[in-house]
Design a protein around this ligand. Structure first.
Ligand code: NAD
Length: 398
């Protein structure tokens, strides 16, 4: 393919293309952030499977395992490859950059691009593990998907982001028009809740772990992790107590079952890690959350507490996975990385600003500009050091 100049194209707020060099810049920055920078990383995991490994928390986990611990990694994700002059998705370019940097540094990396919910992709992952990275000592489950086809029934489940039980009204940013508006979200019905649990709950994580256990692909002391969110009360009706929250509760129940299975067979563990709110493609799609994500960085930056996915996952590895100690869990057996976000002084500042935000002062009193920049950054745009007037190769492979 001849090289081409790639300018950001958007449909409303969403970017519909991605910039390979910008994505590479992001991956390089994260690699630099963990390289030899995880205390005791050498004692950390050596073979790591990351499901949902191409963007957000999953990509951060994969990078931390590889450059922080020297681990071999297998990444599973669902991304669109380049097609003629159409660019690939950002997660595809992130992965191309990951492989190129891993190769430079002599790190083993394998990737499978396909539907992680399917039996076929699970079997393909098991084959790679058996041949090249047996046994796996850490499995990270970091999928965020709007739908799932159940391989046993062929049924397609669509998840919804709705409150449960009663309508929820709050202010939100209408991202396309940059207006602050009041929204009322109607509650999910029983079927919608069940579908959301089928997509984002623990069933698929369980199927992955059962396969790995049955095929003897897990190490003594293997650990499995899945990610969740709790957040402040102001977002509970749409998150913690909403349809997605029901799925996350199911994930926690699954963690308890998997923990018992792994402990019994291998002396291993399964945990849910509660992470901080960060700007990702998944989180920007949740109503009301963009307003929260435009306010949260203000107190967190001022207090020197702000973290993105990479800083969060670096802490996960340093404090919980590589420390050599049994990790400290909360009363519901969860790892907590959201302690800084949830600090009373941080939340008090967010709560004080919340009712003041209006369309007219959105950019003046919130960090909406930072939210927008970070969001565009996810697609490789507005990344420092990239010359967007230069043609780039978009037809990348690994
Ligand atoms: P993300 O959108 O950045 O990443 C989602 C990943 O899932 C990508 O790698 C994508 O390719 C992959 N994926 C989606 N559907 C797939 C499929 N069918 N098959 C294979 N791969 C598929 O999302 P994220 O925000 O990093 O979320 C990851 C996890 O972290 C989720 O469980 C989310 O709830 C949790 N979490 C997110 C936040 C946040 O603020 N973003 C906070 C706490 C917890």
């Amino acid at each position: 393919m001849p090289q081409q100049i790639v300018k950001r194209r958007s449909r409303g707020f969403i970017c519909v293309n991605a910039h390979p060099e910008g994505c590479r810049g992001n991956v390089e920055r994260w690699v630099a952030g963990v390289r030899d920078n995880i205390p005791n990383g050498g004692a950390g995991p050596k073979n790591v499977l990351v499901i949902g490994a191409s963007t957000g928390y999953g990509l951060a986990s994969r990078i931390a395992a590889a450059w922080g611990c020297g681990a071999k990694t297998l990444g599973v994700f669902f991304e669109r490859p380049p097609d003629g002059d159409k660019t690939a998705t950002a997660g595809y370019y992130n992965t191309a950059a990951f492989h190129s940097l891993a190769q430079q540094d002599g790190l083993f990396a394998a990737s499978i691009n396909g539907d992680a919910f399917s039996d076929e992709i699970k079997r393909a992952a098991a084959d790679v593990i058996r041949a090249q990275m047996n046994p796996v000592d850490v499995v990270v489950y970091s999928l965020a998907s709007p739908k799932r086809t159940d391989p046993r029934t062929g049924r397609v489940h669509n998840s919804v982001l709705k409150p449960v039980g009663q309508p929820y009204s709050n202010r939100t940013i209408e991202l396309d028009s940059e207006k602050v508006v009041d929204v009322t979200l109607q509650p999910a019905n029983e079927n919608e809740i069940a579908d959301t649990v089928a997509v984002m709950g623990g069933e698929d994580w369980r199927r992955w772990m059962e396969l790995l256990l049955a095929e003897n692909l897990l190490a003594e002391g293997a650990r499995a992790l899945a990610y969740s969110y709790i957040g402040p009360e102001i977002t509970w009706p749409i998150y913690r107590d909403g349809s997605i929250g029901q799925a996350k509760k199911d994930l926690e129940r699954t963690a308890a079952d998997l923990d018992a299975a792994l402990a019994g067979k291998l002396g291993g563990n399964a945990w849910v890690s509660v992470n901080k709110a960060v700007v990702t493609q998944a989180s920007a799609a949740i109503p009301v959350v963009p307003l929260y994500l435009s306010l949260l960085p203000l107190p967190m930056k001022k207090k020197g507490l702000d973290e993105g996915p990479l800083e969060q996952i670096r802490r996960l590895f340093a404090d919980f996975l590589c420390s050599g100690e049994p990790p400290k869990l909360d009363e519901s057996r969860r790892l907590r990385l959201d302690d800084r976000e949830m600090r009373a002084d941080v939340q008090a500042e967010v709560a004080a600003l919340w009712p003041q935000v209006a369309t007219e002062n959105l950019r003046a009193i919130t960090d909406f500009a930072g939210f927008q920049r970070e969001f565009r950054g996810l697609f490789g745009f507005e990344v420092e050091g990239v010359d967007y007037d230069q043609p780039v190769e978009t037809d990348l492979r690994w």
